[in-house]
Write a protein that binds this ligand. Structure first.
Ligand SMILES: Cc1cc2nc3c(=O)[nH]c(=O)nc-3n(C[C@H](O)[C@H](O)[C@H](O)COP(=O)(O)OP(=O)(O)OC[C@H]3O[C@@H](n4cnc5c(N)ncnc54)[C@H](O)[C@@H]3O)c2cc1C
Length: 305
């Protein structure tokens, strides 16, 4: 790419990545990243997850340390683009500074929809979008007992889950048709994640899940397993139904085998072996098959050989 400096308006993930990728691809002309936030470019996803829980500091959010921008000659310009002179190939900043560009990249991202309600400007009405919002919420949560969350999308539910963990009573408001639409539109795996997040809001003592690892990607599957293990360590009883015997054997302290709606075996895998009289080397799969016996369906498939 040739033709003068690249000016990037907005130093979010998009803006940062354009600058970094241009340098990586060998672009050698001036690159300016106009940043209207008082932080090095940072990632937002942890703002409603680890960061707001208080388990990570601001430095953990930054894509790169300051030295990276110096080494790569990416100029971080603190300020806000106020107007563009397309004919003159210039950007005017609110500070009065003017920057000439060969290419202009608008990476200005998205904004929260602001609440158009009476008293929406009261001090305890907060938005969650930028680092400063998350920081402020993290600080005030310990002194609060209740939170009302407007919006049951991912960010709303993630915040709700954190607030419950911090001991706050939580109400989540959502426009019903919108909520239904969201759920219908999600893939099976996404539905599971939303379902689990919604269940965790209630800080349950007992959790029933149907195939929590099926239909989600491998990263989520591992994350879900991690969440469930932590819940169990905190004293929560987790029940999950699954026909993936290897997973059940690896994760569950006790198992119940059901046949036609009846519990036919119950206990630890060791106890099941002695109940069924199965050899010590038996896997849960062997015990399962021994307990349920051969089904009609299996017999009908005998032609497979
Ligand atoms: C709390 C939270 C949790 C999220 N969790 C996830 C997640 O788990 N998974 C996922 O995939 N995505 C998640 N997202 C979404 C993800 O962070 C966004 O998709 C991503 O940040 C978009 O990057 P962007 O660079 O396009 O825009 P933004 O991140 O919005 O960055 C745009 C930047 O441009 C600046 N800007 C705007 N106008 C001007 C101007 N005139 N002059 C100078 N600067 C300007 C803005 O202030 C901002 O800093 C989450 C978002 C939030 C807020």
């Amino acid at each position: 790419m040739t033709g003068g400096p690249v000016i990037i308006v907005g130093a979010g993930h998009g803006g940062y990545q354009v600058a970094a990728s241009l340098r990586q691809a060998g672009f050698s002309e001036r690159i300016c990243l106009i940043n209207d936030e008082a932080h090095l470019p940072y990632q937002r996803p942890p703002l409603s997850k680890a960061y707001i829980k208080g388990s990570a500091g601001p430095e953990s959010l930054m894509f790169r340390p300051e030295k990276f921008y110096q080494d790569q000659k990416i100029e971080l310009i603190a300020g806000r683009a106020a107007s563009i002179d397309r004919a003159g190939h210039k950007v005017h900043l609110a500070s009065g500074e003017t920057l000439a560009y060969g290419h202009l990249v608008l990476a200005t991202g998205a904004r929260n929809r602001l609440l158009d309600l009476p008293n929406a400007n009261l001090p305890d009405v907060r938005y969650l979008r930028i680092l400063d919002d998350s920081e402020a919420l993290r600080k005030i949560m310990p002194s609060k007992t209740r939170a009302v969350i407007i919006g049951a999308g991912f960010i709303g539910l993630e915040f709700a889950s954190t607030a419950r963990i911090k001991g706050l009573e939580v109400d989540v408001l959502e426009l019903a048709p919108k909520r239904d639409q969201l759920i219908i539109d999600y893939s099976q795996g996404m539905k599971k994640k939303v379902g689990l997040a919604a269940a965790l809001i209630h800080n349950p003592k007992v959790l029933f899940l149907d195939e929590p690892f099926n239909g989600v990607d491998v990263v989520s599957s591992r994350t879900v397993r991690g969440i469930l293990k932590k819940l169990v360590e905190r004293g929560v009883t987790v029940f999950f139904s699954s026909h993936v015997m290897e997973l059940v054997e690896r994760l569950c302290h006790r198992v119940a085998i059901l046949r036609a709606g009846q519990v036919v075996a119950l206990g630890t895998v060791g106890e099941l072996k002695s109940q069924i009289g199965a050899p010590e080397s038996s896997s849960l799969e062997d015990l399962f098959l021994a307990s349920i016996g051969e089904s009609e369906e299996t017999r009908e498939l005998s032609w497979i050989g």
